[in-house]
Design a protein around this ligand. Structure first.
Ligand code: ZN
Length: 229
């Protein structure tokens, strides 16, 4: 008697969320809404430190479409890549810098017009091309005019793909408020100095900074109760 395979149900922990910049989400929607064909697009992706992804911007490439197919050509991809290289080089961004967008052209999306967002055989074949490019990961989206967009994340070296990954729109307003509060906090909040704080051995008083209600001196009673060693 040995181990017998059971009804396996692998669990994938740490499944990422895809955060879409508001402008990128609008751009994708306009592309899908305005076209009656299976038009596609590319996108710049950031992989965050927490392993979530951010869809930063959407780029259009030359392509040949029909109502039920889309052809993503190497020329179309190369053209977008060149455009990014030129723009970022002009900005003085080093090709090895994380900001260099050509290295982050790791998102491909396309419309299924009015059809559902399941991948076709051709869509899966397309992913094989991206796999051969040696990327660590790649994101695919399939969208339709009904307002559905479905993301898949391919982790090529792990031979793993996650379908229908959760997404959310990253409100630019949230982001700008975040920057606002980052600045506000920096300007207004300073580290409490405990230089004036002293506990006299055997004494009955304890000095502490005046506005110090969060101060949690170990032996201080809440709300300024007198201190008895
Ligand atoms: Zn498709």
């Amino acid at each position: 008697m040995g181990f017998k395979p059971h009804n396996f149900q692998p669990v994938c922990l740490g499944v990422p969320t895809i955060h879409i910049r508001e402008k990128a989400a609008h751009d994708m929607w306009q592309i899908v809404d305005l076209s009656t064909q299976e038009v596609g697009w590319l996108g710049v992706v950031t992989r965050r430190a927490d392993f979530d992804f951010v869809i930063e911007e959407i780029l259009m490439m030359k392509q040949e479409v029909a109502s039920t197919t889309t052809e993503l050509t190497p020329d179309g991809i190369a053209e977008v890549t060149m455009k990014l290289i030129e723009e970022d080089s002009k900005e003085g961004i080093a090709t090895s810098a994380p900001e260099f967008r050509a290295n982050r052209l790791l998102f491909w999306g396309h419309s299924h017009v009015n059809m559902d967002t399941g991948a076709s055989g051709q869509d899966d074949k397309q992913m094989e091309h991206f796999r051969q490019n040696g990327a660590e990961f790649f994101i695919r989206a399939i969208a339709n005019k009904k307002g559905k967009i479905q993301f898949s994340v391919y982790y090529f070296p792990a031979n793993l793909v996650l379908h229908d990954v959760e997404w959310e729109i990253l409100s630019e307003d949230d982001e700008s408020r975040r920057e606002f509060w980052r600045t506000e906090l920096k300007e207004n909040v300073s580290q409490l100095s405990y230089k004036s704080s002293s506990v006299k051995t055997g004494g009955t008083t304890v000095k502490h900074p005046g506005n110090s209600w969060p101060y949690t001196g170990r032996r201080r009673k809440p709300y300024g109760g007198s201190f008895r060693g």
